[in-house]
Design a protein around this ligand. Structure first.
Ligand code: ADP
Ligand code: MG
Length: 250
């Protein structure tokens, strides 16, 4: 689903990603963990081209998305193809980023109707089904400001799913929530994983990473320090850096 190799990114001459490899197969849940500032968000944003890379290559479902040629130039798929590839990836952010002037249902319908040009009759049943799945059918006419943070984030997940993505990217989806509200969002994500959605999740929720992910990638200072199964990373971390990080998280 995602095959990325040697991704490099600098900000103001500073290496933020120093050659990262990511491999995600159908149905994988990849958890990306690591200290703040290690480049996790930047990596996620490079994968769907919210951020341009300085080097490396990215294939999405076998299609070349980003490629570095022999002389180090970065070449992207043509504009239309790039858009189409981006559309296969849904993203959920730490700050829910809902449209504040639209109802919950309006938020779900906006992109399918205006970006994908789907007829409303076609998308409405899916949108209603998605709201039911995140437990918010009774909130479809509410505005985001009338919802709790946990509810807003569940709407954001349903909104991303309304575009019928093949891959879901989550950037610390529970970090902005009060502790008592993280559980409902993690529950929704866990259900999505059980339905075999392919997911990449940047998270500080170590229990979620251990229980739901099948692959874990530990990043520090723009590098992948260690990657493996949850058992390998959490129970038998090989690197001192990983051990220190996990000790502080527990
Ligand atoms: P993480 O998500 O792991 O906390 P980030 O990817 O957000 O890390 O940031 C990695 C580094 O890149 C940090 O030092 C951050 O300050 C820097 N950075 C991120 N985005 C930008 C940007 N748009 N401009 C300049 N520096 C940035
Ligand atoms: Mg981040």
């Amino acid at each position: 689903m995602i095959n990325a190799h040697g991704i490099r990114k600098q900000f103001h001459g500073q290496n933020v990603l120093s050659g990262i490899d990511v491999e995600v197969e159908q149905g994988d849940v990849l958890a990306i963990i690591g200290p703040s500032g290690s480049g996790k968000s930047t990596l996620l944003r490079c994968l769907n081209r919210l951020e341009e890379v300085d080097g490396g290559w990215i294939q999405i479902e076998g299609d070349m998305f980003v490629q570095e040629n022999d002389i180090g130039e970065v070449i992207y798929a043509p504009k239309e193809k790039s858009k189409e590839i981006q559309g296969r990836m849904g993203m959920v952010f730490q700050q829910f980023n809902l449209f504040p002037h639209m109802t919950v249902m309006g938020n779900l319908l906006e992109a399918p109707i205006h970006v994908k040009k789907q007829p409303k009759e076609e998308i409405l049943p899916l949108a209603e089904d998605l709201l039911a799945r995140v437990g918010l059918s009774d909130k479809k006419d509410a505005y985001p400001s009338q919802l709790s943070g946990g509810q807003q984030q569940r709407v954001a997940i349903a909104r991303a799913l309304a575009m019928q993505p093949d891959i879901m990217l989550f950037d610390e989806p529970t970090s902005a929530l009060d502790p008592e509200l993280t559980g409902e969002v993690l529950h929704t994500m866990r259900e999505l994983a059980e339905e075999h959605m392919t997911m990449v999740v940047v998270t500080h929720e170590m229990n979620f990473a251990r229980e739901v992910a099948n692959k874990v990638l530990f990043m520090a200072d723009g590098n992948v320090v260690e990657a493996g199964t949850p058992e390998e990373i959490f129970d038998h971390p090989q690197r001192q850096r990983t051990q220190d990080f996990l000790r502080n998280m527990l």
